[in-house]
Design a protein around this ligand. Structure first.
Ligand code: 9MR
Length: 331
């Protein structure tokens, strides 16, 4: 049984894909058989979608609506479509991997920062363009969007970066309102963040998402899950429970990888993966609405933390104890 077969009826199992993976046919076959839902690791982020040359080439046309490009994404999007997998759109609005020029008058970083009014137009038009292009070219493929990513600091406040500086703290609510306006009916809108177990951050995220919920613009919470085997599983479990009881929204573990500090070996990592997944299944059985767990990558060598071997597959596509731990948890 594959991962997705083992978890069918529990929750979805997902993974990220990137350019390099699309050149490996055996890896693509593996992804197709093991996973239900795919996230693009980098290619759908604003820095890769926004088109600077085109935007500055005609400011009358593009000043309020930055130009966008998608051709680099075609191999990944075609693969997802042809494999009949769901897709999580990652991400529409983020302080990181978004070029600075977007925030300046005439897209000129030597000039002045754009004002709130202009940035709200750019935000709305960017979101409309991306959702619109996906809809037109790959209808029905995106089943959820990470609308805003990582806007709360570990101390629980709104991160003081360029969206905040130009628009103000309500850029988050605005981004969700725009996503709600343009996303097709039924597509789920998520707020996504990391270090979700830190108490101040948890308070900040809950406050924020409550406001989004009151405004009727959010469907789910994405908890990233970049952890290591020294993370206390009971603490993690209680954290997920706390978010669900405060918000009552669907929860996805959106970016799971578990690296191995110290002298921990693959066997230990396998047991940790098993216990971690078991904790999520127990929560699900308790009524916590966990709808999926997405691995941040597939094989260790192509992970953003490649030196730390945080994933269930080795470079040669063989299954690590972490894989069998995941399967065992679902039994
Ligand atoms: O895995 C991504 C890596 O290849 C990029 O260099 C990095 C840039 O910030 O982003 C990584 O993905 C991040 C994700 O988009 C948001 N959450 C944290 C992830 C790991 O840094």
């Amino acid at each position: 049984m594959t991962l997705k077969q083992s978890y069918s009826g529990i929750f979805q199992i997902g993974a990220t894909i990137s350019d390099r993976m699309m050149k490996n046919e055996a890896l693509k076959e593996l992804i197709k058989s093991e996973f239900d839902v795919i996230t693009n690791e980098n290619n759908l982020k604003p820095i890769n979608v926004l088109d600077f040359e085109k935007s500055v080439s005609d400011l009358t046309k593009y000043n309020e609506s930055p130009a966008v490009k998608f051709e680099h994404l075609r191999p990944e999007l075609d693969f997802i479509r042809d494999s009949k997998l769901d897709m999580r759109g990652h991400t529409l609005c983020w302080h990181n991997q978004t070029p600075d020029w977007l925030f300046y008058e005439n897209y000129d970083i030597k000039g002045k920062l754009a004002d709130r009014e202009l940035m709200l137009k750019r935000l709305e038009n960017y979101i409309a363009s991306v959702i619109g292009w996906m809809n037109e070219n790959y209808p029905g493929q995106v089943t959820s969007w990470d609308v805003v990513n990582e806007s709360i600091t570990d101390e629980g406040g709104v991160r003081d970066r360029l969206w905040y500086k130009t628009v103000g703290a309500d850029y988050i609510l605005k981004a969700f309102t725009f996503a709600k306006k343009y996303a097709p009916e039924g597509v789920k809108l998520f707020y996504n963040d990391y270090n979700c177990w830190l108490p101040d951050k948890k308070r900040g995220i809950i406050n924020l998402v409550k406001q989004l919920k009151e405004a009727g613009v959010v469907d789910g919470l994405g908890l990233q899950g970049h952890i290591n085997t020294s993370m206390n599983i009971e603490l993690y479990k209680q954290t997920v429970r706390d978010y669900f009881s405060a918000l009552g929204l669907e929860i996805r573990i959106t970016e799971l990888d578990i690296d191995m500090p110290g002298n921990c070996d693959f066997e230990y990592q396998g047991k940790y993966f098993r216990d971690y997944m078991k904790a999520l299944i127990d929560l699900k059985n308790e009524g916590v609405n966990i709808v999926g767990v997405t691995l941040w990558g597939v094989t260790d060598d192509l992970s953003w933390k490649s030196g730390k071997n945080p994933l269930p597959f080795s470079a040669d596509l063989s299954k690590k104890p972490a894989y069998f731990g995941m399967i065992e948890a679902a039994k």
